[in-house]
Design a protein around this ligand. Structure first.
Ligand code: IDP
Length: 141
């Protein structure tokens, strides 16, 4: 499988729990490399733009409110099959349905506060990486 890049966000609930390091450690142990990272406190506009595909869903307001409730760590992960590998490490959107040992099973509270984001397709990864990072902010390794 070719090397890919994916966008990962450690969401406000996991940052508040001081779990950034434990989460990054899971990526690294699975062979994913951090090639870009920044800490941000998203504005309402940034969160709305990032999640624009969900703008007509009933949970959109809550999602934007949650994502702007505290700082997040935004990262680009690189490695073989990075998009699927990251999604497998994350577990299901609803932590109650997430497999044991996944990040969401271990760190997430609820479907709203579910610890991490990860791009779900190559097209999303391209859009989401460009949403947060210029090419000069990514350091291939
Ligand atoms: P994903 O984060 O696993 O890719 P998406 O379906 O893209 O899941 O949804 C984006 C985010 O919106 C989820 O991570 C979750 O925080 C929130 N979300 C999704 N579905 C619901 C819901 O039914 N109620 C509340 N929040 C939801």
């Amino acid at each position: 499988m070719a090397s890919q890049r994916t966008l990962s966000i450690v969401k406000p609930d996991a940052v508040a729990k001081n779990a950034i390091g434990e989460i990054i450690s899971r990526f690294e142990k699975a062979g994913l490399k951090v090639v870009a990272a920044k800490m941000l406190h998203l504005s309402k506009e940034q969160a709305e733009g990032f999640y624009a595909e969900h703008k007509d869903r009933g949970f959109f307001g809550d999602l934007v409110g949650f994502m702007t409730s505290g700082p997040v760590l935004v990262q680009v992960l690189e490695g073989d099959d990075a998009i699927v590998k990251n999604r497998d490490l994350m577990g299901a959107t609803n932590p109650q349905e997430a497999a044991p040992g996944t990040i969401r099973a271990d760190f997430a509270q609820s479907i709203d506060a579910n610890a991490v984001h990860g791009s779900d397709s190559p097209e999303s990864a391209e859009r989401e990486i460009a949403y947060f990072f210029g090419s000069d902010e990514i350091c291939p390794r």
